[in-house]
Design a protein around this ligand. Structure first.
Ligand code: XBP
Ligand code: MG
Length: 232
């Protein structure tokens, strides 16, 4: 059994990416930009992790000159983040099936909990305050967000930082992820990965994962689905 479970947020704890997508579109409209990201475009853009990085990549892809300034990107991202929080606070994004039970079971058996994500502390707090209550952070020993490190996923930085804070070896942990970028990030840090398939990343390449599940309620039956042992 793993000493610690390290959770990704977007797509893993909740299907947040559809809300992120709506929040981006809201920001574009508010800012007077004629960009609109439909689901197909967004699915492709999700290969770029980080909201600011995603907007820059899209702008570069359009070949539009001059590039958006850092200030404009920051302003768009500020509007996007505020609208995302409103959507989450309105109750648009419950935890995925099995998440609350897994968190409770892990706590009961003494497993340590952590979060390694690309999104911001503000977004994590908006989501988990609503889903788990204002004191959610008391259950997580370490929370590392994208802007806490030099390189976002698929770089291993967030996971390496979590291991340092928990003072645990990679092999003693399990990372729970929903995307190929997340799988690569955790794998580069040496951490075994359990995948819970999500809306946008369901068909990613998960060959390197220990276990691939449709959602976390399947955890108890994982052994029948794969010959490899689920460590969670
Ligand atoms: C999540 C992301 C984030 C969100 C948007 O990846 O890539 O960029 O889409 O959040 P992961 P921000 O699930 O691997 O952490 O706009 O706050 O970046
Ligand atoms: Mg994710």
């Amino acid at each position: 059994r793993a000493a610690a479970l390290i959770f990704d947020v977007d797509g893993t704890l909740a299907e947040t990416e559809e809300l992120h997508r709506q929040a981006f579109n809201h920001a574009f409209a508010r800012h007077g930009l004629d960009w609109r990201w439909d689901r197909a475009v967004y699915k492709d853009l999700l290969r770029v992790t980080g909201g600011k990085e995603r907007m820059r990549a899209y702008h570069a892809r359009l070949g539009a000159a001059p590039p958006l300034s850092d200030m404009e990107i920051a302003e768009l991202h500020r509007i996007k983040t505020a609208h995302y929080a409103e959507l989450v606070e309105a109750g648009c994004c419950p935890l995925r099936t099995g998440v609350a039970d897994l968190l409770a079971a892990a706590r009961a058996r003494g497993q340590r909990l952590a979060i390694a994500t690309t999104t911001s502390h503000g977004n994590i707090d908006a989501l988990l305050s609503r889903a788990l209550g204002k004191r959610w952070a008391a259950d997580f020993e370490a929370v590392v967000a994208g802007d806490d490190v030099s390189h976002k996923k698929p770089a291993p930085d967030v996971y390496i930082e979590i291991l340092a804070r928990l003072k645990l070896d990679a092999a003693a942990c399990v990372a729970i992820e929903d995307s190929a970028n997340g799988l690569i990030a955790a794998s580069r840090a040496g951490i075994p990965v359990l995948i819970t398939r999500s809306m946008f990343f369901g068909d990613d390449d998960f060959t390197a994962a220990r276990v691939v599940l449709d959602d976390l309620s399947d955890l108890g039956t994982a052994k029948q689905k794969t010959e490899k042992q689920p460590h969670a």
